[in-house]
Ligand binder design. Structure first.
Ligand code: HEC
Ligand code: HEC
Length: 406
């Protein structure tokens, strides 16, 4: 008996149309191929994830920072499987939550809610993180407290988290094995239909690693000048002023300005020759953890890295997250306490609190917390600069979007 369902009708129709023209030949019985077009909408030739051409200035960093392991190179079929997994609610215990529930493309793959809602309505302890260009963090630099070593390790953690998705790896494997629409995807990605948690981890890591962003106004400006200290021709005067504040050019000697932590070079100076390799414009993070003086009380709710290492000196330290697409990823900070970019800038301007382990980039010579005391004009300029880091192409690129039809 030939089982015909809606998935196969389109295929059969095409087949019958082709062959019915030759009416002298008998109708050949062909195996019914499942394309699952009623489940997901995937292109017949997969999207290009594996061979993306980066702009020059971006490319300069990619080789040194790319953390792709030897045994998990991105393939188009692997990242396609990863995309389906990323959007599939079957990956949570009660089938209500997907990775994408808390990492939303239009919000730079973060969550507009201060705390994200997990599979049983519980809330995460911290604000969701953006995932853009996350294939360029050094090993050991994932999560707000740097507790995950690699992207391959990291992606299995939310799945097994009691608040986020509530799965076990055994349940993950048995559940996905019963879903026929995964068979062709695993086959194409791993040359075998067998579902293993190792393959799920690899495919998810491939997809997350392939979420690139390099089409912001900033990228156009740096392509034109190749120097973060020159005025960008495509910027307004206000945006260039904001860039100067970010770089410390307007606050000479202030090694507390943004660039040190958010582009990652302690030796960067506007008055010495520019070294394109010394600023990390791929992720806009110096890959450090720091205590930026959000709280005075250092044994309060969340002690970040200190909870992992047990060292007092790490208390209150959190990952410097990428600020690419920062205008899309509100609210801000590890606990999402600040709702706007204006509030973030106000923090650095007047709200830095004393703390026994405040980062040395946040302390003045006399040991007081370094508040930049920016004027209204400077604050507005800094916000305008931060908004130039938005990449609207990444936000709407179909290859990162939800492939499910319903
Ligand atoms: C219920 C919400 C929720 C779900 C579901 C979820 N995440 Fe997250 N994700 C978060 C939060 C919150 C953090 C920050 C947690 C922390 O640092 O303690 C995070 C952090 C991350 C990070 C670290 C980013 C960085 O820069 O260090 C990655 C990568 C990530 N998630 C990927 C995934 C993947 C892949 C899935 C699906 C398997 C997933 N997440 C599911 C909320 C969620
Ligand atoms: C000492 C290092 C350091 C300096 C200097 C610094 N930052 Fe940060 N920044 C961090 C860290 C660490 C966090 C995360 C803190 C947390 O959540 O506890 C952060 C968070 C942010 C965020 C929110 C990111 C998010 O996804 O929630 C923005 C925006 C930001 N910084 C912009 C700036 C600007 C603008 C400046 C200059 C005025 C600056 N930073 C200076 C280390 C630094």
């Amino acid at each position: 008996m030939i089982k015909i369902d809606t998935k196969s009708i389109a295929f059969l129709f095409l087949f019958v149309t082709l062959f019915s023209c030759k009416d002298d030949e008998p109708l050949v019985v062909i195996p019914v191929e499942e394309n699952y077009s009623d489940i997901y909408d995937l292109p017949s030739t997969p999207f290009n994830y594996s061979n993306v051409v980066f702009p020059e200035t971006f490319n300069a960093f990619v080789l040194g920072l790319d953390n792709t392991p030897e045994n998990n190179q991105i393939t188009d079929a692997g990242a396609t499987l990863g995309r389906v997994l990323f959007y599939d609610k079957q990956l949570s215990f009660n089938k209500t939550i997907a990775c994408a529930s808390c990492h939303v493309q239009e919000f730079g793959f973060s969550d507009p809610n201060q705390k994200s809602e997990g599979f049983e309505g519980g809330h995460t302890r911290r604000n969701s993180m953006n995932l853009v260009n996350s294939g360029f963090y050094q090993p050991g630099k994932y999560f707000w407290d740097h507790r995950a070593a690699t992207l391959e390790d990291q992606v299995l953690m939310p799945l097994q988290d009691g608040i986020e998705m509530g799965m076990t790896l055994e349940l993950l494997e048995t559940r996905l094995s019963t879903l026929d629409y995964y068979k062709p995807l695993f086959k194409k990605a791993f040359n075998s239909e067998e579902v293993t948690s190792d393959r799920v981890s690899k495919a998810l890591a491939q997809f997350v690693r392939a979420i690139y962003s390099f089409n912001s106004k900033y990228d156009t400006g740096i392509e034109a000048t190749n120097n973060i200290f020159m005025d960008f021709p495509n910027y307004t005067a206000q945006e260039n002023m904001g860039k100067d504040i970010f770089n410390g050019k307007l606050t000479p000697g202030a090694n507390g300005t943004c660039v040190f932590c958010h582009m990652g070079n302690d030796n960067l100076r506007y008055d010495v020759a520019f070294d394109a390799n010394s600023v990390n414009q791929v992720i806009f993070s110096g890959l450090r953890t720091d205590n930026i003086g959000l709280d005075e009380n250092f044994r309060d709710v969340d002690n970040g890295v200190g909870e992992i290492t047990g060292q007092d000196s790490d208390f209150g330290q959190f990952k410097t997250p990428s600020i690419r697409n920062i205008a899309l990823t509100a609210p801000y900070m590890h606990d999402g306490r600040l709702e706007t970019l204006e509030a973030v800038v106000e923090h650095y301007s007047t709200q830095v609190k004393p703390h026994p382990y405040l980062s040395d980039h946040m302390i003045n010579g006399d040991e007081t917390p370094r508040n930049l005391n920016l004027s209204e004009e400077e604050k507005a300029a800094l916000v305008a600069f931060l908004k130039t880091l938005t990449d609207t192409e990444m936000m709407t690129d179909v290859k990162y979007s939800n492939p499910f039809v319903n």
